[in-house]
Design a protein around this ligand. Structure first.
Ligand code: ZN
Length: 424
């Protein structure tokens, strides 16, 4: 019986992995072809604002990123197969179980998988930052800053991740059949803690935050907050320009840690009314409780996954199907994290569609609270500055894009969503 289950699960995983890889490659090729075939002409709706040079730069940037994505897919698959059927995990298990036991074994095993994965990704990260981003003039990072970021990220991950991991492994061993429920509660608590701690203690390790100076932008932002009944928020400018020339604004934290952060690159490039419109969009997300909804969604999904893992943990076929002789809690966690993505990949368009719906709602809110014209002008500028393509492949966009394509977004901004009923 177990033998049949092992074979069935092996086959199901292989199928999911193969199909998701083919789908990803196909979408990637479509995107490249579509963008290249629209490279010679700026779409009519943007011709007034975007030059052919800027349009072609966006096309080339998109194509370069798409190609690098295919290389990353290859690397990801090779690593996944090496760890599972290639015997990588089995070898790590044998090595650590000969030297350590109990909790120390589990932590060493999982930490080593995380370190190996990061090392394998490192050359691609370096290439992305210092070749690809640099080629299009986005990179402002020095190798020294890259290294210091890497060191800090590793330290923060270890300080936060290792105690969490120790607690999770202990709960899995101590709490019997219902361990997954306790782990879920811990996971929720941990996430809320990080959400609170991030703006206060973690983000300042990487960037400098200075209060927004008095002036037109500040006056407009304060008036906007009043109009939307958001009360007073702390306003900060972040030196995003240290690393990249991509611009952004965001709204972060809750309780005492609530703050609004503007990238310095955004303030440099947009006029004060445009900054106001971009912030009104961010406030739209807050007004519609998108962030809370997203967190609830993620927590619900993690409960489902943990319950599933609770079932698989005891099943010998789960380990044997994936190239291991036998299992334990630490191996189950690693295997689960490796195996789940190909099975959930087909759900990507669902999450993308939900996210795009939220973007339209936030845009509509911004159009009410600020001016639609300012927001669309800001969007055009941001698309140009970020070399985001105006002509994505429709299917690729439907599948992946968290934000609607520029043309659709701007068209929506100028169509009233709640038009008064027509007299006829
Ligand atoms: Zn948004």
């Amino acid at each position: 019986m177990d033998h049949i289950l092992t074979q069935t699960f092996s086959a199901a995983f292989l199928l999911a992995l193969g199909l998701s890889a083919i789908l990803r490659l196909w979408l990637s090729w479509r995107q490249e072809r579509f963008v290249l075939s629209h490279r010679d002409q700026v779409p009519a709706a943007f011709r007034e604002h975007i030059s052919l040079t800027a349009h072609q730069r966006a096309a080339d940037y998109t194509v370069a990123k798409t190609r690098l994505g295919r290389l990353a897919l290859g690397v990801e698959l090779a690593l996944l197969l090496t760890l599972t059927w290639g015997g990588g995990l089995q070898a790590l298990h044998e090595f650590w179980s000969a030297h350590l036991e109990g909790l120390y074994y589990g932590m060493a095993l999982i930490a080593s998988v995380v370190v190996i994965t990061s090392l394998v990704d490192l050359p691609l990260d370096l290439y992305r930052q210092f070749r690809l981003e640099a080629r299009f003039g986005f990179n402002r990072m020095t190798p020294a800053l890259f290294l210091s970021d890497l060191a800090k990220q590793t330290l923060v991950s270890a300080l936060l991740g290792l105690p969490l991991l120790a607690a999770v492994l202990s709960l899995m061993d101590a709490m019997g059949q219902a361990w997954w429920l306790y782990v879920w509660l811990l996971w929720m608590g941990f996430n809320l803690l990080v959400l609170f701690a991030y703006p206060l203690w973690i983000a300042p390790l990487f960037n400098r935050f200075t209060p927004l100076a008095d002036g037109e932008v500040k006056a407009r932002v304060q008036a906007l907050l009043q109009r939307g009944h958001f009360g007073n928020r702390e306003l900060f400018v972040m030196d995003g320009s240290r690393r990249s020339s991509h611009g952004n604004a965001y709204f972060t934290g809750f309780g005492k840690a609530r703050r609004i952060v503007f990238f310095d690159t955004l303030l440099e490039r947009l006029s004060p009314p445009q900054v106001e419109a971009v912030l009104a969009h961010e406030l739209g997300h807050f007004h519609h409780r998108h962030i809370v909804k997203r967190i609830i969604g993620i927590f619900t999904l993690s409960l489902v996954f943990l319950a599933l893992l609770g079932q698989l943990l005891e099943a010998p076929w789960f380990y044997q199907a994936l190239g291991l002789e036998q299992g334990n809690t630490a191996l189950a966690l690693v295997l689960f994290a490796l195996v789940i993505p190909p099975f959930t990949f087909p759900l990507t368009p669902l999450f993308s569609a939900l996210s795009r719906r939220h973007e339209f709602q936030a845009d509509a809110y911004a159009a009410q609270l600020a001016a639609a014209d300012d927001l669309s002008a800001a969007l055009v500028k941001l698309y140009e500055d970020n070399a985001a393509t105006l002509t994505p492949d429709p299917l690729h966009s439907l599948f992946y894009d968290s934000h609607p394509p520029a043309a659709q977004r701007i068209a929506h901004l100028h169509t009233p969503l709640h038009a008064p009923p027509s007299p006829a």
